[in-house]
Every structure is written in C-alpha cells, then in structure tokens.
Design a protein around this ligand. Structure first.
Ligand code: NAP
Ligand code: G3H
Length: 484
C-alpha cells in the first residue's frame, strides 16, 4: 500500500499489496472540504478471482493453525491498531467526516474488540454427546462435536464505521479458522486499508486476509456470487442487503441493515435524562448510525415539556468541521445523502409538521433538526434518513406507541424511557426489535453484547460469540466402541 495521495492504494492479495492495472482509479474525496483522501483500485474480474483464489489457497493451513496462535496474531494486531490510532483516526476524520474524538474511539474500540474476540475464540469448545441419553443408544456410542470453519468469508462493511464494522467481521471469522476477503465501502476504504495494513503487519500468513476495492455497484454482484465465497457477512443498507440476498440464496449470511429506532417516552419518565439521551442518540455523527434515534413516540401529556428540553439541548450542539474540538454534527457523507435528508424534511413541513429548530443547510452540512407534530401519513415517520432530522409523533397511550413502533418495516432497536420498570418490561416484551434499551439511547455496544435486527433490519446475530458460531459449523465424529 502507498501513503501518497497521488498514487493508488493497492489491495492486499496473498500477502502482497497489489495496485490494479486495469480501469481508471476511483478518487475518494473528503466530505469535509473536497480534498483528495486517496485513489483506489477499481478491480477487474481477473483481480477479484486472484483475491478469492488467495483466500481459498490459505484455508487449509489457517484452519490447521492452533487457536492459541491465531489469538496471538489478534493480540499483536490490536496493539498495532492502538499504536496507529491517531493516524487512522486522522484519515477517518477527513474520509467520512467523523469527529476526531469518535474517530479515535472507533479505532481503540476495535483494538479492544480484537482482543476480546481472541479471548472468546480461545474459550470456545465443542461437546461430547453420549449415545445412551437417547432410547436405543448405548454408552459405547459417543459423538464428538467440534466447530470447523465454513471456508472463506466475504466481509462487506459500510461507510460509517470503516474500521470497527470491518474488524467485527474479520476478527470472529479468523478466530473461527476462516480466511477473509474484505470489501470496504468505497467512502471509508482508505481508512479500512490502513486497518488491514496493521493486521497484516501483525504477521498474518499470506492469503488469510485479502481485500477488494471497487464500487459496489460495479464489482458487488460478481464478488458476492463468487464460487469461492462460502459466507457473506454484510453491514449496510436494507436495499443492498436485499439485493445480495436475492442473488445468493444458498450462501449463509449475517446481514446488519437499516433501522428506524424509536425512543418511546412515557408520562413518568425523567424528561431531562430522556432528552440528554435522545439528543446524543439522534445527532451524534449527524445521525449517520444505524442505531441513531430516528423517531420519538411521546405521550401527549409530557410532549410540550420534552420538546422544550430537546430544543435547548439541540441548539447547544456544535456543528461544522470534524477537525474542531467538540463538533457533533458534521457534513453528511455525500451530496446525495444531504439532498435525501433535506427532501424528507421539506416533505414533512409541506404536510404540516412543525419545525422546532434547525431546518437549514450549508453545502452538505444540515443543521440538527427537530420536527414536531409529525403524523403517520408523512414519509419522515417511516423512512430512515441517516441524517440529523428527528421527527416527534405524539401519542395518546403506551399501546399506541407500541403499535406505531411495530408498524415500521425495521426492527433494530427501541428505547423506552420510564421510571416504571413493570411498564418498561411489558413494552419491551411487545416491541418487534432485536434489542430494547430501557432508559438508554439505542446503541450497539458494548461489543460483547449480541447485536441483531429483525424484519428489514437484518438476519443473523453479530456479537463475538454469536459471530464465531455463525461463521463455523458443527462437525460430528462418532466413536463406536465395542464392549470387551
Ligand atoms: P450501502 O450503500 O448499502 O453500502 C454498504 C456496503 O455494500 C458498501 O461496502 C458498498 O460498497 C457495498 N455494496 C453496494 N452495492 C453492492 C452490491 N451490489 N453488492 C455488494 N456490495 C455492495 O450502505 P452505506 O451507505 O455504506 O451505510 C449506510 C446504511 O448501512 C444505513 O442504511 C445503515 O442503517 C446501515 N448500517 C447498518 C448497521 C447495522 O449494524 N445494522 C451498521 C451500520 C450501517 P460501495 O461503498 O462501493 O458502494
Ligand atoms: O451504524 C451502525 C452501528 O452498528 C452503530 O454502532 O451504536 O456503536 O454507534 P453504535
């Protein structure tokens, strides 16, 4: 790989950094100021085949590598990531306009995740089943069940966590004994390649970890349907996830997709606490998180008070350049995104929503916006904006809140703010989501927790142990003893 902007970033294939010889490189420009972050290889079919062949060729030796040694690679990679946290974070700041503090935290969190993954990988074990626990069986029959790798895992990561959401796939896949091909989001790929460089510098054997770059719309179909890909671990939009699923019906997957997480605020909630959490949850990284609070369902009797508290906090948020300390709301990743979010907001206002604060745009920087009196007839009530626009739907009962929450096509997370644990638990039991947060904003972490979406929010479960289990399969060997 090269660090100079003018040259093209290569891909890791069979332990070597290879620059594509074919098509015009892809320019990655900063959403912050339009400067060039780097140029990427746009890989040809032949080069994709080489990456897949490298991953396939390394399978046998990596599967045979003792788990303890696999863990050593992860620990070394984690140390290198931590040492390079500032450098990688600087790249994240410019490439995806993530504020500096969050960027550093993304890299450090990923180092912690790798270490934890190594620990979990070392402690996973199979089971022994005795035949005599089933009618007709005998003690002379014993099944030794171990977990074996599925083969090659294709990891596809989104733009918003180029390091962490790649590591959360690579670490468990490798500890499970698989080889990996990483296809990072194009916007975010330079940061992702820097992370991969750290993993490679930890001494991973050639071919164990490989990368492919190129626009998803150009190389995506070819790589997801590649005959040498045995598992797809994807995080991104529901639209692309469904497209991949339709193409790859027989390939096992984990899919972590979009969300429309609701914050349900009951009449007895601590409104200051709820407002702090909601503002943090909705606007950090400009709402470009799958787990951002994307709608508020508040009981009518406390709605005015909550709106006032939210407004004060939102107006205190610092917006602008992610290089400046304390900035939360930064330019959106692309003009297409900014147009999408602005149109959603304008549509709601035209249909009668009330603008509490925000509503302005400078380039791709949208002011944090709060819309009150949003109705279920407005798109903003249902569509994932992936931007700093938060709709409030006032409800007359907690049943209505649950009904509207569940009417969404998405089912990632939901929050319930209340001081009544009985109510909180009853609502949690009814919500059709992967995780319910009681008195907290939606969030994925800590990273040892299971993370999953239901309905259009995903398939399968991420989280260290769950991920390793998903990317391995049971293998049974039955011993049949003869009685002496
Ligand atoms: P995206 O547009 O769906 O892209 C995700 C990844 O898929 C990128 O690497 C992209 O590559 C690739 N891709 C695009 N078309 C493809 C195809 N035909 N075949 C294979 N890969 C293809 O999503 P995004 O804009 O990066 O991320 C935002 C979305 O991700 C939001 O909807 C958000 O909710 C969701 N997300 C979900 C989670 C979760 O855990 N549930 C976490 C983070 C984000 P290119 O960049 O080259 O197009
Ligand atoms: O964007 C989706 C991520 O999985 C959210 O992770 O809750 O730690 O920001 P987070």
């Amino acid at each position: 790989m090269t660090n100079t902007e003018q040259k093209v970033y290569g891909n890791l294939i069979n332990g070597e950094w290879v620059v594509s010889q074919g098509s015009q490189p892809i320019e990655v420009r900063s959403p912050v100021d339009g400067s060039l972050v780097g140029r990427l290889s746009s890989m040809s079919q032949q080069e994709l085949d080489q990456a897949a062949a490298a991953a396939k060729g390394a399978r046998k030796a990596w599967a045979a590598c003792p788990v303890y040694q696999k863990a050593q690679y992860m620990y070394r990679a984690a140390d290198l990531l931590e040492q390079r946290a500032e450098e990688i974070a600087e790249c994240l700041v410019m490439e995806i306009a993530k504020d500096r503090k969050s960027a550093v935290s993304e890299v450090k969190r990923s180092a912690d995740l790798l270490r934890y993954t190594a620990d979990v990988g070392k402690s996973l074990h199979g089971e022994t089943i005795s035949g005599d626990s089933f009618p007709g069986g005998s003690r002379g029959k014993m099944s030794f069940v171990t977990r074996v790798p599925v083969g090659t895992v294709l990891a596809i990561s989104p733009f918003n966590y180029p390091v962490n959401l790649a590591i959360s796939k690579i670490g468990p896949a490798l500890m499970g004994g698989n080889t990996v091909i990483l296809k990072p989001a194009t916007q975010g790929a330079v940061s992702a390649l820097k992370m991969v460089e750290a993993m490679q510098d930890a001494g991973l054997p050639a071919g164990v970890l490989n990368t492919v770059t190129g626009l998803g719309s150009v190389i995506g179909d070819s790589i997801v349907t590649h005959k040498d890909v045995d598992f797809i671990n994807f995080t991104g939009s529901t639209e692309v996830g469904q497209h991949i699923s339709a193409l790859t019906a027989m390939t096992p997957v984990i899919m972590e997709l979009g969300g429309k997480d609701a914050a349900i605020v009951l009449e007895d909630a601590d409104l200051d606490f709820a407002a702090d959490n909601i503002v943090d949850g909705a606007y950090s990284y400009s709402g470009q998180r799958c787990t951002a609070v994307k709608r508020i369902l508040v009981l009518e009797q406390v709605a005015d008070a909550l709106v006032e508290k939210l407004k004060v906090r939102i107006e205190r948020l610092k917006t602008g350049d992610p290089r400046e300390a304390g900035v939360t709301v930064t330019p959106l990743v692309s003009t297409k995104s900014a147009d999408f979010v602005e149109n959603l907001m304008k549509d709601a206002l035209a249909k009668g929503a009330v603008l509490v604060t925000g509503g302005t745009r400078q380039g791709n920087l949208l002011a944090p916006t709060l819309l009150d009196h949003v109705t279920t007839g407005m798109d903003v009530a249902w569509v994932e904006p992936f931007g700093p626009v938060l709709p409030i739907i006032r409800v007359s009962s907690q049943q209505e809140a649950v009904e509207i929450a569940n009417r969404s096509e998405y089912g990632l997370q939901s929050s319930v703010f209340t001081n009544n644990l009985n109510k909180a638990y009853s609502i949690a039991a009814q919500l059709e989501v992967g995780t319910v947060q009681i008195n907290n904003k939606p969030e994925r972490g800590p990273d040892n927790f299971p993370f999953l979406g239901v309905k259009s929010s995903g398939m399968g479960t991420q989280g260290v142990r769950y991920s390793i289990e998903a990317m391995t399969r049971p293998k049974a060997v039955t011993i049949n003893l003869t009685e002496e």
